[in-house]
Write a protein that binds this ligand. Structure first.
Ligand SMILES: NC(=O)c1ccc[n+]([C@@H]2O[C@H](COP(=O)([O-])OP(=O)(O)OC[C@H]3O[C@@H](n4cnc5c(N)ncnc54)[C@H](O)[C@@H]3O)[C@@H](O)[C@H]2O)c1
Length: 332
């Protein structure tokens, strides 16, 4: 492919999991800021298609590799000499992590240690890590602040929590600038709707697009802090490039609780001919409400999630190519 961009002297950023949902958006935003980006991904759940625009940029290089392989991440650091690593590669399915604890350990914890150690050995200044609101478990004190005691209730949440500790330990011991970002419920284009473990929004988007009814478990009054993937990518890019950050954990959320019924209403306005939704009994163990406090991200990172849920959902539905015109939303 012919490169359409000029080489820059911007910061060098190594992005693990670059071909994934969040990784590809993060790569696009970093390139847009003039960074030189090396993406690494084993394509286990990611897709090269997600990197279509990145691969047309001469400041982007891609390596297909398993970052938990012997010396893989070290050799990438030695060759590319990144200023920062944005570590997004991982096993995102909470259900699969529960079913395959060894895989969860390797991808969600051991990989983080390999990244931290490669950063130490090769003088990488900063590591940004994709943590998760899952580390809070079913915490009763909403909105959740970073000082809330983590109480993960899944192996996935445990591995994210332990990864934060690994990175903070490297920060305290070796001065690695570690930024652990606790994403809340992420949604948007390129989220894999085929996975049975996808978030509710991607399942809704896929079923509405296919003309199939959606099922609401419970009465739909449950609330979530939904964050658009463009905002997540912007938080990652800020965390990777903003000068003078000290080691921290930080929520990436909107601070606005949105009901599942609201999400449903927006999709119905975009797909007025869709079949009526079905309601089923609430699933045992499902958290009724989740909400983050976004103040630390604003104070320390200068980050505010500014995509409105309605416009974010519309962009997502349109990326699947079947939604009604934007005007439909005016009546939502
Ligand atoms: N999507 C969410 O709602 C959400 C919420 C909180 C945290 N996170 C975290 O954000 C990160 C990215 O998630 P996502 O939603 O983009 O998932 P994703 O599955 O789309 O992206 C993960 C990427 O990592 C790659 N990968 C996995 N193991 C690898 C390995 N050993 N070597 C190289 N590449 C590997 C996959 O192929 C994939 O492209 C994950 O760490 C996830 O736990 C996601």
């Amino acid at each position: 492919m012919i490169a359409r961009t000029k080489p820059t002297n911007g910061p060098r950023i190594l992005v693990t999991g670059a071909a994934g949902f969040i990784g590809s958006h993060t790569t696009d935003q970093l390139l847009g800021l003039g960074c030189r980006v090396m993406g690494v991904d084993d394509l286990s759940t990611g897709h090269l298609m997600n990197l279509r625009s990145a691969t047309a940029n001469s400041n982007f290089r891609f390596v297909r590799a398993d970052i938990t392989g012997p010396n893989v991440i070290e050799e990438l650091c030695a060759g590319f000499r990144p200023d920062a690593i944005v570590h997004l590669a991982g096993l995102v399915s909470v259900v699969r992590a529960q079913e395959e604890p060894n895989l969860n350990y390797r991808l969600n914890l051991h990989a983080t240690h390999l990244v931290a150690e490669a950063a130490r050995l090769h003088g990488v200044r900063r590591a940004v890590f994709a943590s998760s609101a899952a580390i809070y478990g079913d915490h009763p004190d909403l909105p959740l602040t970073e000082s809330a005691l983590p109480q993960p209730i899944s192996l996935y949440g445990m591995a994210k929590r332990a990864s934060e500790e690994v990175l903070m330990g490297y920060g305290a011991s070796f001065g690695l600038e570690t930024v652990c970002l606790r994403y809340f419920n992420v949604y948007g284009p390129r989220q894999d709707p085929k996975s049975p473990y996808s978030g509710v929004i991607s399942i809704f988007a896929e079923r509405f697009a296919a003309g199939n009814p959606v099922t609401i478990f419970g009465d739909g009054s449950q609330t979530r802090d939904f964050v658009a993937v463009e905002d997540i990518a912007r938080a990652n890019a800020l965390a990777a490039t903003r000068p003078g950050l000290s080691p921290m954990v930080c929520n990436v959320c909107t601070g606005r609780p949105r009901r599942l019924l609201t999400v449903l209403d927006v999709f119905r306005s975009l797909h007025p001919d869709a079949p009526a939704p079905q309601f089923a009994p609430a699933r045992p163990g499902e958290i009724q409400h989740s909400l983050g406090n976004p103040e630390r991200a604003a104070d320390r990172l200068g980050f505010v999630a500014n995509t409105e849920l309605e416009s974010g959902l519309r962009a997502f539905a349109q990326s699947l190519g079947t939604a009604n015109s934007p005007q439909a939303l005016a009546t939502a």
